[in-house]
Design a protein around this ligand. Structure first.
Ligand SMILES: Cc1cc2nc3c(=O)[nH]c(=O)nc-3n(C[C@H](O)[C@H](O)[C@H](O)COP(=O)(O)OP(=O)(O)OC[C@H]3O[C@@H](n4cnc5c(N)ncnc54)[C@H](O)[C@@H]3O)c2cc1C
Ligand code: FES
Length: 372
C-alpha cells in the first residue's frame, strides 16, 4: 500500500461515519419530531407555541411565565406540577422515574406531570393544580454590590416600578438566565427589601455554577429578569413562642429579612439563631446581628466557623453549625422549648439538622425549611 492509499482509507472511513451519523440524526428527528412546532393551551385559553423536545417549564419561562419551581428544573423540588392533556389521548401519562417519586399518588391519577420533565411532543392543554398560579416576568437593575469575601457577594437591585412587588420576609425570586440559547432558572432569597423597591440578594459563589457566576459578574446598571416573589418560608404574623433559626452559608439571606421584620414589630419571645460558614471571612453582618442582640435581650446569636485563627474579635464555635447546635442543646435551660424552627441552606445541612431535632423529640411539623 502506497502513502496516498494509507492517507485516503482513514479519510473515507471518517466520511462514511459522518454520513451515517447525519442519516441517523435525520431519522431520529423525523421519528421523534425534535424541532417541530407544538401548541400548548394554558388554562386561561392562551396558547403558546413551543418546539418539540423542549421542556414545558422552559417554554413557559421563554414566554415570560413561570410556576413555582424552586430547584429551577433540576427535578428535585417536585413543585412544578401541572395537569396535562393531549388532544389525541385524554391524558399524557408516560411519567419518568423522577415524576413517579415526586408526584403524590392522587395527582398521578389526575395526569399531573412535572413541567421540567415534560418534553413537548404533541399538542397539549395544561392546567395548574389547586390555588397555584403563573408568575409574570419582571426586571430590575443592579444598583450596587458589596464583595464580602471571595465566595460571597451582596447585590442590591431596584425595580423600575415596584408597585406590584412586595416580597414577604423569607420569600425568594427565580432569576431567568439565557446562556448559549439555553434557559436556566435559579432561586435566590430576598435578604432585605425597602419600600422604594430596592431588594438585596446574598449570593455564594459556586465553581462553574451558572446562576452564581452570572450574578457575580453583573456590573452596576445591568438588568436581570426574574419571577416572584414566592415561597412559604416564614414566621406567621401572629406567631408567639420561642423560635430557632439555623442557617448554612447564604441560607442567612431569608433569615436576615425575617429577623429585621420580627424586631420591627418588637417580637419579644426568645429567638436563637445559629449560623455556620466555612471561613471567618464569609461571616458578614455580624454588627447588625450584635446590634439586634443588644437592643433585644431575647435574641441570641451563635456563629460557627469551620476554620479560623485564634485571634478573632468575638466568640465563635469551631466546627459545623449542627455541632454548635448540639453544644447549645446540652446546656439549654429546660424551659426553652422551640415552638417553630426555620432551617435554610444546603440540602445536607438541612437534612442533618432535621435528624438532630427528630433525635431530640421535636415534632417535624414545627420545622419549616428552604433547602438547596
Ligand atoms: C428557595 C431557594 C433559595 C435560595 N437562596 C439562595 C440565596 O439566597 N443565596 C445563594 O447563594 N443561593 C441560594 N439558593 C441556591 C441557588 O438557587 C443555586 O442553587 C446556587 O446558587 C447554585 O447555582 P449555580 O447555578 O451557581 O450552580 P449550578 O450550575 O446549579 O451547579 C454547578 C455545579 O455546582 C454544584 N453545586 C450546586 N450547588 C452547590 C452548592 N451549594 N455547593 C457545592 N456545589 C454545588 C452542582 O452540583 C454542579 O455540579 C437558593 C435555592 C433555593 C431552592
Ligand atoms: S422545577 Fe423542581 S422538580 Fe421541576
Amino acid at each position: 500500500m502506497n502513502d496516498y492509499a494509507a492517507l485516503l482509507i482513514p479519510l473515507l472511513i471518517i466520511n462514511a461515519m459522518v454520513q451515517l451519523l447525519s442519516f441517523m440524526l435525520g431519522y431520529l428527528s423525523k421519528k421523534f419530531g425534535y424541532g417541530k412546532p407544538v401548541e400548548v393551551k394554558l388554562s386561561d385559553e392562551k396558547t403558546l407555541v413551543g418546539q418539540s423536545g423542549e421542556t414545558l417549564l422552559s417554554l413557559l419561562a421563554r414566554n415570560n411565565l413561570l410556576i413555582k419551581s424552586s430547584c429551577g428544573g433540576k427535578g428535585t423540588c417536585g413543585e412544578c406540577r401541572i395537569a396535562c392533556k393531549s388532544e389525541e389521548h385524554n391524558a399524557v401519562i408516560a411519567w419518568n422515574s423522577i415524576e413517579r417519586s415526586l408526584i403524590p399518588e392522587n395527582e398521578l391519577k389526575t395526569a399531573h406531570r412535572l413541567a421540567c420533565q415534560q418534553k413537548l411532543k404533541q399538542n397539549i392543554s395544561v392546567s395548574l393544580p389547586g390555588n397555584s398560579a403563573f408568575f409574570n416576568k419582571k426586571t430590575a437593575n443592579l444598583i450596587k454590590f458589596e464583595a464580602i469575601s471571595i465566595s460571597y457577594k451582596k447585590l442590591f437591585f431596584r425595580l423600575p416600578d415596584s408597585t406590584d412587588f412586595k416580597p414577604e420576609p423569607g420569600q425568594y425570586i427565580q432569576i431567568f438566565i439565557e446562556k448559549d440559547s439555553d434557559i436556566f432558572i435559579r432561586s435566590y432569597s430576598i435578604a432585605s427589601f425597602s419600600n422604594d423597591g430596592i431588594f438585596e440578594l446574598n449570593v455564594r459563589f459556586v465553581e462553574d455554577g451558572v446562576g452564581s457566576t452570572y450574578l457575580f459578574e453583573l456590573k452596576e446598571g445591568d438588568e436581570i429578569s426574574f419571577f416572584g416573589p414566592m415561597g412559604d418560608f416564614r414566621v406567621p404574623e401572629n406567631h408567639c413562642g420561642p423560635l430557632i433559626f439555623v442557617a448554612g452559608g447564604a441560607g442567612f439571606a431569608p433569615i436576615k429579612y425575617i429577623l429585621l421584620e420580627l424586631y420591627k414589630r418588637k417580637f419579644s419571645d426568645e429567638v436563637f439563631f445559629f449560623w455556620g460558614v466555612s471561613s471567618f471571612a464569609d461571616l458578614y453582618d455580624s454588627d447588625l446581628l450584635f446590634s439586634l442582640a443588644e437592643s433585644n435581650k431575647s435574641f441570641h446569636v451563635f456563629f460557627s466557623v469551620m476554620n479560623y485563627s485564634d485571634s478573632q474579635p468575638f466568640k465563635l464555635f469551631k466546627g459545623n453549625v449542627i455541632q454548635c447546635l448540639e453544644n447549645f442543646w446540652i446546656e439549654k435551660p429546660e424551659a426553652v422549648v422551640p415552638k417553630l424552627i426555620l432551617l435554610s441552606g444546603p440540602q445536607k445541612m438541612v437534612e442533618k439538622t432535621c435528624e438532630f431535632f427528630s433525635r431530640n423529640g421535636i415534632n417535624p411539623q414545627s420545622i419549616i425549611y428552604d433547602k438547596w
